[in-house]
Design a protein around this ligand. Sequence first.
Ligand SMILES: [Zn+2]
Ligand SMILES: [Zn+2]
Length: 76
Amino acid sequence: MCFRPPELNKLMHKCPACGQFNKPDAKVCKKCGGEMPEDTVDCPECGVPQPISNKVCANCGFNGKPGSGDPAKRKA
Ligand SMILES: [Zn+2]
Ligand SMILES: [Zn+2]
């Protein structure tokens, strides 16, 4: 049996080098062997993509609470 959280199966990740679609948890591309970038999510306050493992936005400091990011760095 393989219990995999369903959200892991949502998106296939496209290799930036060759365009091959890989499993979201793949660390390297199955076609070219290139490194797959970590999944990112856009910061809701400044819009800068952050690795999903980030708890705090590296750009504006947003920590999940609305308004916690640096207002000067917020997207217009
Ligand atoms: Zn590739
Ligand atoms: Zn941010």
